[in-house]
Ligand binder design. Sequence first.
Ligand SMILES: C[S@@+](CC[C@H](N)C(=O)[O-])C[C@H]1O[C@@H](n2cnc3c(N)ncnc32)[C@H](O)[C@@H]1O
Length: 248
Amino acid sequence: MDRSIRTVDDVLRLLDGLFAPDADRWTATGASWWDGFYADRSKDVPFFAAKPDENLVSYLDRGLITAGRALDLGCGPGRNALHLDAQGFTVDAVDLSPTAVAWAADRAREARAGVRFHCGDAFDLIGTELGGRYDLVYDSGCFHHLPPHRRISYLALLDRVLAPGGHFALVCFAAGDQGMGSELADADFYRESGLHGGLAYTPESLRHIFAGLTELEFRRMRDEPPESARFGEPFLWTALFRRDATAR
Ligand SMILES: C[S@@+](CC[C@H](N)C(=O)[O-])C[C@H]1O[C@@H](n2cnc3c(N)ncnc32)[C@H](O)[C@@H]1O
């Protein structure tokens, strides 16, 4: 008989366990599905190309964000982390998948970039391997793969690591016309024990979740043609938020 639930963390882990191992992208360790996904580097996946997000380039070009300490959450093969490094940021980058992190490290070696890559669950690494505050927290495509209850962990993580006046930038599946993510209601992901390839968000839902931050820009990602030096897909939202400078 299991009567081990005592803390919020215990509940979060119990809910993680409702998503059967290997049935979807989110598993108890999460890594196995993603490791298979990254195993073949030549696969035709748009974000496998070593190009930064068009919105990230645009924030930098317009001076909306400036160099400082950056954290790339769910960095995959490191394309945005490497761009931030090249733009003068000191970068920590985290991913669940050892295969993705090994690929990102190879890219960093080739580019002579100083990014520090960390392999593991972002929620476990904060406070252990990763410390201090970041001027920029960047997430391209990680948040929408989290089960709904992990938004609690995500907001706690932002609260802990985002510096006062720091920026949070998010790229995630847009609900609607060209949508890629699932539009199931939160409760239905638990009923069906799966994340259906990721969660779609409306602008209202994102504004509700990140209500503690100030919105600076919110738009669809621009569609970038294959020959572009930037990554861009119009089925994604791009959002830039800032934390109150007087926050503790
Ligand atoms: C769609 S991929 C995006 C990769 C990369 N940001 C990019 O755009 O090229 C999502 C990534 O999030 C990672 N991920 C998902 N949940 C995570 C977690 N809890 N902690 C760290 N990484 C996570 C996955 O391993 C995967 O590499």
